[in-house]
Design a protein around this ligand. Structure first.
Ligand SMILES: Cc1ncc(COP(=O)(O)O)c(C=O)c1O
Length: 425
């Protein structure tokens, strides 16, 4: 089982059998409030009828279409609409089947771009400690979570890392973005001085680190990174696999932070999690440069299922729901209530930090000495038993509900967590 403690799981399996709206149901029909939008990937709630219908219709119309040297209408239509959803900040999209593939695709795109424009020596990537960019060898290499790396050899060479921005001493219990740590972006200058800018292809960061347990960028940090990348001719990739599609009540985190990356990797909410799909958004300069390569295939890369008709149908239907149901506006209207509810947990035993932005929350617990992760895992299991799905990373409980939630769901979620944390050993 993926990212699962298999032996522990088998002692008391957790199984969900159906889902609709804000809730999962188990095999006995017991409701479980989805506090995590699946794995951050169901912003519009489960089994949305518009998306269900669109996928049903798609599978009966065009079950599969090769994407090499040919196309189908929905793939192009979705690309147009995605570019529009980004406010025309990007020129092209390239389809993958997952966030991991989107990251590896973006990295390959960057290398090909530099090569075609005559800077083939720009091969180095700069990631960030505690970053998560999926499980491909590219993504693992630029990622900074030790457990994801240590079993898997030397990974890609030529990677360096910015420091992470987590600092409880300075920033604990911040509401919204933390004040301290903007200067950590300047570490890029040190890295550039060490390697020389002419060897660096791109910086890749999550606008906020989700999988590491919701680590927020200090105010101004991402703008500073952008400035430094521009100064040194380095491309900036935002990995928006979890932040894309409304998590911050804006289309992308790039909009929330008002920082435009050169490439953006997305997946998850792109199809509301209904059919696997990822997409790399790129600025036209990248596409236009690749089009200057000799005649023939300009970018030797792609997947059998790139632009799969079912995924495109799910993507188009999801964008329709975002628009018709004013989902971003609704998400925005919930953020203040969400923040207050989260911060009402302050003072409960073992709670050493609460942090939030958009419809994201994190509760950091003090670890049991010698047993990192055990306390949050106990809370996770108890929450599931009591009908609430949360997620844990180490001793951090991460929350990222569907964006369609109402105040009553926020009350239920934090009411349960309050009880559980009050009595947690
Ligand atoms: C920022 C980020 N990048 C990449 C990925 C990998 O996506 P996938 O699991 O679809 O391969 C994730 C998954 O959580 C993610 O959070």
């Amino acid at each position: 089982m993926p990212f699962t403690a298999n032996r522990d799981y088998k002692e008391a399996p957790r199984v969900v059998a159906s889902a609709s709206g804000m809730y999962y149901r188990d095999q006995q029909g017991r409701e479980i409030l989805d506090g995590t939008a699946g794995l951050w990937c169901v912003p519009l709630g489960h089994s949305h009828p518009t998306i269900v219908r669109a996928v049903q219709q798609a599978v009966a119309t065009l079950d599969y279409a090769p994407a090499f040297q040919m196309g189908h209408p929905d793939a192009f239509e979705l690309a147009e609409q995605l570019i529009a959803f980004s406010g025309h900040q990007f020129g092209q999209v390239f389809y993958t089947n997952s966030g991991s593939e989107a990251v590896d695709t973006a990295m390959k795109m960057v290398l090909a771009y530099h090569r075609v424009r005559g800077e083939a020596q720009r091969t180095r990537f700069i990631g960030r400690e505690r970053g998560y960019h999926g499980v491909g060898f590219g993504g693992m290499s630029v990622g900074g979570l030790p457990a994801n790396r240590k079993h898997f050899g030397n990974l890609l060479g030529g990677v360096d890392y910015l420091p992470h921005t987590h600092n409880l001493e300075k920033n604990a219990f911040s509401r919204g973005l933390p004040e301290y740590g903007t200067h950590l972006a300047d570490e890029l200058e040190r890295i550039v001085a060490l390697h020389d800018a002419s060897t660096i292809a791109a910086v890749i960061v999550e606008p906020l680190s989700g999988s590491a347990g919701v680590i927020l960028p200090p105010k101004g940090y991402l703008k500073r990174l952008r400035e430094l990348c521009d100064k040194h001719g380095i491309l900036l990739i935002f990995d928006e696999v979890i932040t894309g599609f409304g998590r911050m009540a804006t289309p992308f985190a790039a909009d929330f932070f008002d920082v435009r990356p050169d490439l953006m990797t997305t997946a998850k909410g792109l199809t509301n999690g209904v059919v696997p799909m990822g997409a790399v958004f790129s600025r036209s300069i990248i596409y236009d440069t690749l089009m200057q390569s000799p005649a023939g295939i300009e970018f030797f890369h792609g997947y059998t299922y790139s632009g799969h008709p079912l995924a495109c149908a799910a993507g188009l239907a999801s964008l329709q729901v975002f628009k018709e149901e004013k989902v971003l506006e609704h998400a925005q209207s919930m953020t203040a209530y969400w923040e207050d509810a989260l911060h009402s947990l302050k003072g409960l035993p073992h709670v050493i930090d609460l942090r939030n932005v958009g419809l994201i929350g994190a509760i950091e617990l003090e670890s049991i000495p010698g047993k990192p992760g055990a306390r949050a895992m106990a809370a996770y299991k108890q929450a599931f038993a009591e009908g609430v799905l949360v997620r844990t990373t180490g001793d951090i409980i991460a929350l990222s509900p569907p964006l369609i939630l109402e105040k009553q769901h926020i009350d239920l979620l934090f009411g349960k967590l309050h009880q559980i944390l009050k009595n947690l050993a």
